[in-house]
Design a protein around this ligand. Structure first.
Ligand code: DC
Length: 212
């Protein structure tokens, strides 16, 4: 079984994906980490994230063993990841790794921006997770503060909106719901309620019954 979970930053898709993978016994890939790893490699080498040639070389040299590095979550890397993710050659170079992951046995949950549209268009279930920008910014502020980083709510909201805009407007695999994706709005849902709503969608899709 392949489950594709897409949506904008801080919509709750990552948390849902992790829990779903754990409950169903599936592999999980947070595909944002791939773009973050490429961005960090560029920044570490003193290169611009807009440098397509250097970004492609970093994408080809991708090392999944480094996906756990806390440094991938810094604001600098976050911003640069959105820039490298707009380079079509970079996306192309990272496609095989993601598609191979998606077909691992017994199945996989992948979360990102283009899983249901480009990476796994044949996924068994597709979720598109959304929440209002204000709620997403508030979640991100809590996350950053929990990690000891400075976080101003207005600045975080502005960053999120800028990133949404860049991720949605790019020509290569923009952030958008697949036509057959199920929309899940987590604006007013707790983490647990969002997880239960996701399970309900998945079970309905698997058994062909109507959602509650
Ligand atoms: O989900 P995230 O915030 O970790 O993603 C970081 C950046 O990577 C995000 O701005 C857009 C990009 N991304 C993408 O273009 N496609 C994906 N499948 C996942 C992430």
């Amino acid at each position: 079984m392949i489950i594709a979970i897409d949506g904008p930053a801080a919509s709750g898709k990552g948390t849902i994906a992790k829990q779903i993978a754990s409950v169903y016994g599936l592999h999980h890939l947070d595909t944002g980490l791939i773009y973050r790893a490429v961005a960090k490699a560029l920044l570490d080498a003193g290169r611009s994230p807009e440098n397509a040639e250097a970004a492609l070389a970093a994408a080809i040299a991708l090392d999944p063993a480094k996906f756990g590095e806390p440094a991938l979550k810094t604001q600098k890397v976050t911003e640069a990841a959105s820039v490298v993710a707009a380079i079509p050659e970079v996306r192309q170079a990272l496609m095989n790794y993601q598609r191979a992951f998606a077909t691992k046995s017994p199945g996989a949950v992948l979360d990102g921006r283009d899983i249901g549209t480009v990476i796994a268009p044949g996924a068994d279930v597709k979720l598109f997770v959304v929440a209002t920008p204000q709620v997403r910014a508030a979640r991100r502020v809590l996350e950053l503060r929990a990690r000891g980083e400075d976080a101003d709510e207005n600045a975080v909201l502005a960053d999120l909106l800028r990133r949404d805009e860049r991720d949605s407007r790019r020509s290569a695999a923009p952030l958008k719901a697949a036509p057959d994706a199920h929309l899940l709005d987590t604006t007013h849902l707790s983490i647990d309620a969002a997880f239960r709503a996701a399970v309900d969608i998945i079970e309905a899709a698997r058994t062909g019954r109507k959602r509650r």
